[in-house]
Design a protein around this ligand. Structure first.
Ligand code: FRU
Length: 490
């Protein structure tokens, strides 16, 4: 693959990168594809001080295409480096996409496990029970930049016989002297579950058990993850096919967690009630890892597969989707709570604080701000306009985020909330992340205002509380000098 090859096959690529970077909707403090498409975060880890964020990536197309693993690194979550894509679909086991997976640091090396996607095209298939392979592949690296040889560790003959062809997204963790791998799956009866495999050495894997909810919950589970935090277990997962309820499961697919008691000795995993990690329009395929400071950091894809709202505004500029801000997880009353990573504070620039009454109408030139509101009276109703047609309101114990035209099909999301005590809003050019009651709930959405110069104001009178408002700066990203993926590969 040399420059001429790229010019012949992707004549628009340089133009796509330029046009993406010039887009006013380009986010300032979120990771995006340099051009093309981004979805799930993959292989999150910290190795020798450096954080690695790999991701599902289609560099040449702002739409669904064959996936590679793109790659960013950072040591402070503010300065990022675009790296050479890490994994390419270059063998028979992953010829139609290097799908999602995870990383585990062990003995001075990083071990990656991912799904190799293979789509058969010799006949007509349903692609559920027949017509695809989802292989589990292991690859190591001594530095996080250069992968070694790929090894096939599991195929459909190793998965339980009653599984469909949808088995993917390995997440590996260590517990009680063994390694375990979770895989998201759909069984032949269209029930979502997670499969658990175990290994003494990360090379040989044997089937251990399956994790199922008390009652069937969706037809497929994607991107499972298990971790313990403050002495409690949590299984995060993305179920597909869960029916919408008035205040729950409003998106086409869900992203959330079950508090989970994993009892390996007795092959038993008890799942409690499922909770959504995010209540907005654009949050999916979250993955977490523990960093050297012992923080459990979660990153989600700020997107939603198969949603009916559009992102055409950026597609026209040659790119689509982004990562949500990294969040630190904690536990409160048996539930996960989420806070933006502390490092985000260093983006703060001009500060304003005062009472809600004094807030008036605040203007920003680029929509990039952080705003914390603390209410004096918890049951009080509130309406806070965040842009000309975007309003966060609280009335009769229902918190709603409503978007007008700038939502591009995203209308309203509502949550039942006994008390609104505080909220922290992070607004970027074309996204909003709203942390409610110190991270008890989060609402994440993309939004595309026609002009970035916007105003915020509270509606009504008599609402008592305080506001701290910061204009925010952006990430600094160093782009690769040779932008063509794989240009120097043999
Ligand atoms: C989740 C997902 C994964 C899959 C990947 C493919 O968004 O569908 O299940 O591995 O994306 O890009």
């Amino acid at each position: 693959m040399d420059r001429e090859w790229y010019d012949r096959n992707y004549p628009n690529y340089e133009h796509m990168r330029k046009s993406a970077k010039a887009d006013p909707n380009r986010l300032r403090f979120h990771l995006m594809p340099p051009a093309g498409w981004m979805n799930d975060p993959n292989g999150l880890c910290q190795f020798q001080g450096l954080y690695h964020i790999y991701f599902q990536y289609t560099p040449f197309l702002a739409g669904w295409g064959t996936k590679l693993w793109g790659h960013y690194t950072t040591d402070d979550w503010i300065h990022f480096q675009e790296e050479e894509p890490f994994l390419f679909p270059d063998c028979e086991w992953d010829q139609d996409g290097v799908y999602s997976g995870s990383a585990l640091v062990h003995d001075g090396e990083i071990h990656y496990f991912y799904t190799g996607n293979v789509k058969l095209t010799d006949r007509t298939y349903d692609y559920v029970m027949k017509g695809r392979e989802q292989n589990t592949i292991h690859v190591k690296s001594r530095d996080g930049f250069h992968p070694e040889e790929k090894h096939l560790v599991l195929t459909h003959t190793d998965y339980p016989a009653d599984m469909s062809k949808h088995v993917r997204d390995p997440k590996v963790f260590y517990r009680e002297g063994s390694y375990y791998m979770l895989l998201g799956a759909r069984d032949e009866q269209a029930r979502g579950c997670a499969l658990l495999f175990s290994s003494p050495d990360l090379n040989q894997w044997t089937y251990f058990d399956r994790i199922v909810p008390k009652k069937p919950f969706g037809y497929m589970w994607e991107c499972p993850d298990f971790f313990e935090l403050e002495g409690q277990g949590f299984l995060t997962v993305c179920p597909q096919g869960v029916l919408a309820e008035e205040y729950h499961y409003q998106n086409v697919y869900q992203c959330g967690y079950f508090p989970a008691k994993l009892d390996l000795a007795n092959h038993c995993c008890q799942l409690q009630e499922f909770r959504e990690l995010d209540r907005g329009f654009d949050f999916y395929a979250a993955q977490s890892f523990e960093d050297a400071r012992g923080r459990r950091i979660l990153i989600g894809w700020m997107g939603m597969p198969d949603a009916d709202y559009d992102n055409d505004v950026t597609v026209k500029q040659g790119w689509i989707h982004a990562m949500a801000m990294p969040r630190e997880l904690r536990v409160r009353n048996g539930r996960l709570i989420q806070a933006p990573l502390e490092e985000m504070k260093s983006l703060r620039k001009i500060e304003w604080c005062g009472s809600i009454r004094e807030f008036g109408i605040r203007k920003t030139e680029d929509c990039c701000f952080e705003m914390r509101v603390d209410l004096m009276e918890y049951g009080a109703s509130m309406a806070l306009w965040l842009r000309e047609d975007v309003c966060l309101s609280y009335e009769g114990q229902i918190l709603s985020l409503s978007l007008g035209k700038s939502g591009h099909g995203r209308g309203r999301r509502s949550i039942r909330l006994a008390n609104l005590q505080n909220c922290t809003i992070f607004s970027d050019t074309s996204s909003l992340e709203i942390f409610i009651n110190d991270g008890e709930e989060v609402i994440t959405t993309r939004v595309y205002s026609e002009a970035l110069s916007q105003s915020m104001w509270f509606e009504g009178t008599g609402l008592a509380g305080t506001v701290v408002f910061y204009e925010l700066g952006g990430f600094e990203v160093r782009w690769k000098e040779q932008p063509y993926p794989g240009e120097f590969r043999e």
